[in-house]
Design a protein around this ligand. Structure first.
Ligand code: CU
Ligand code: ZN
Length: 193
């Protein structure tokens, strides 16, 4: 439309350009508001003295939020794996600034959710069970989380933390006895696949 307009005077050219910019900006804003967030990612960094690193992706599906984790630099065996309340990774030494397990429903009850028991109830919305590392220290996990969403309205996880622990989550109360925090990341919005 505007592109096809004749622009006779030197003064109207910049005006038309500004109008195009404004239209473009408002259009971009509307598109951003309308597009639902369907993908998120947490990049895991090691805390002091550890080598834990990896990628955790979160994808919105009809059945819940699908989580796929690929992590390296672990000791062989099980490692507690949770969404924590805060996406604050300023405590790079021990990751305590991420707070406790994300528990928006106030269940105050931890459970060892895993691929076989994704609905073990009641549990903190952020409980994701264990990563299991092989002899090379690599772990791969796929699990469906049903009690959360990416950006809401129910229990949004974007902006929160992901924690990998030194020890096995044994399902005990209140937080699974998984010990120190060897890796941490923040869940951020990712480009939809
Ligand atoms: Cu944890
Ligand atoms: Zn928990």
């Amino acid at each position: 439309m505007l592109v096809n307009m004749r622009i006779p005077s030197p003064l109207s050219a910049p005006l038309a350009f500004c109008t195009l910019l404004l239209l473009g900006a408002s259009h971009g804003l509307a598109a951003a508001e309308a597009a639902p967030v369907t993908a998120a990612i947490a990049v895991i960094h090691p805390t002091t003295g550890n080598e834990t690193a990896g990628i955790v992706t979160f994808t919105a599906t009809d059945g819940g939020v699908k989580v796929i984790a690929d992590v390296t630099g672990l000791t062989p065996g099980k490692h507690g794996f949770h969404i924590h309340e805060f996406g604050d990774i300023s405590d790079s030494a021990k990751a305590m600034s991420t707070g406790g397990h994300y528990d928006p429903d106030g269940t105050h009850h931890h459970a060892m959710v895993d691929a076989d028991r994704p609905d073990a109830m009641p549990h903190h919305a952020g409980d994701m069970g264990n990563l299991v590392a092989d002899s090379a220290g690599k772990a791969h996990l796929e699990i469906m989380l049903r009690g959360v969403s990416l950006t809401g309205p129910a229990n949004p996880i974007v902006g929160r933390g992901v924690i990998i622990h030194a020890n096995s989550d044994d399902g005990g109360q209140p937080v699974g006895n998984a010990g120190g925090r060897v890796g941490q990341g923040v869940i951020g919005i990712a480009k939809a696949k």
